[in-house]
Design a protein around this ligand. Structure first.
Ligand code: GAR
Length: 217
């Protein structure tokens, strides 16, 4: 039997509307905003929400004219669930977001968000998944002695860093690397990979077949 083919997004006459969730500096969101400004990506960022009060990602969003706010994720420390999750979903919906981009959002997202945006939640992870899921993946790669590190953009499913892979980029590990130098080189590739994946999504070129993501057209 043939596997069902899911079309996560079919292009419309309007630019793709993206809601961003992030916890940190926001360089990945910046790369998306820059890709939009340059015309590489036909999209609009409708809102930026952080679980960390005063996170730099909020300043970056405001500087670009994107509505930005901290929404309390309490009582959870490492996940987004229940009433807190409802608050995030409500704000994303209110902003008109069609897809949700996790840009350094350091929480596990749960069913409420995933069912509100089915196959429309994307994440970027600083490793070549399935190697090194979880936190500080670049450090895990270095400590393990891997010769190749990298970056993965994937659809989010119910697992942690397990969803179907859209784009991957490899980054060599150099002899003199420290966690900081390796992460910096990985980030250079992240800033190419996220706009690339979103451009494919916005153009309606992605199909999910089981674990595999096909690029059509
Ligand atoms: C990025 O390296 C991203 O891959 C990572 O957090 C950093 C955020 O940077 N995300 C994860 O580790 C998720 N498991 P940014 O705030 O500058 O975009």
């Amino acid at each position: 039997m043939q596997e069902e083919e899911i079309v996560p997004f079919a292009p419309q006459s309007q630019p793709l509307r993206i809601g961003v969730l992030g916890s940190g500096s926001g360089t990945n969101m910046q790369s998306i905003l820059d890709a939009i400004a340059s015309g590489f990506l036909d999209a609009r960022v409708t809102c930026c929400i952080s679980d960390v009060p005063g996170a730099k990602i909020l300043d970056r969003a405001r500087a670009a004219g994107v509505p930005a706010e901290w929404i309390d994720p309490a009582p959870w420390k490492t996940k987004l669930e229940g009433a807190a999750e409802d608050r995030y979903v409500a704000r994303l919906r209110e902003s008109g977001a069609q897809v949700v981009v996790l840009a350094g959002f350091m929480r596990i997202v749960k069913r409420g968000l995933l069912s509100a945006f089915p196959w429309r939640v994307l994440n970027i992870h600083p490793a070549l998944l399935p190697a090194f899921p979880g936190v500080a993946a670049w450090k895990q790669a270095l400590d393990y002695g891997a010769k190749v590190a990298g970056v993965t953009v994937h659809f989010v499913d119910a697992g942690t860093d397990t969803g179907p892979i859209i784009v991957q980029r490899a980054v060599p590990v150099l002899d003199g690397d420290t966690p900081e130098t390796l992460h910096a080189r990985i980030q250079e590739q992240e800033h190419l990979a996220y706009p690339e994946a979103l451009r494919l999504l916005a153009a309606g070129r992605l199909r999910i077949c089981g674990r595999r993501v096909k690029i059509v057209g």
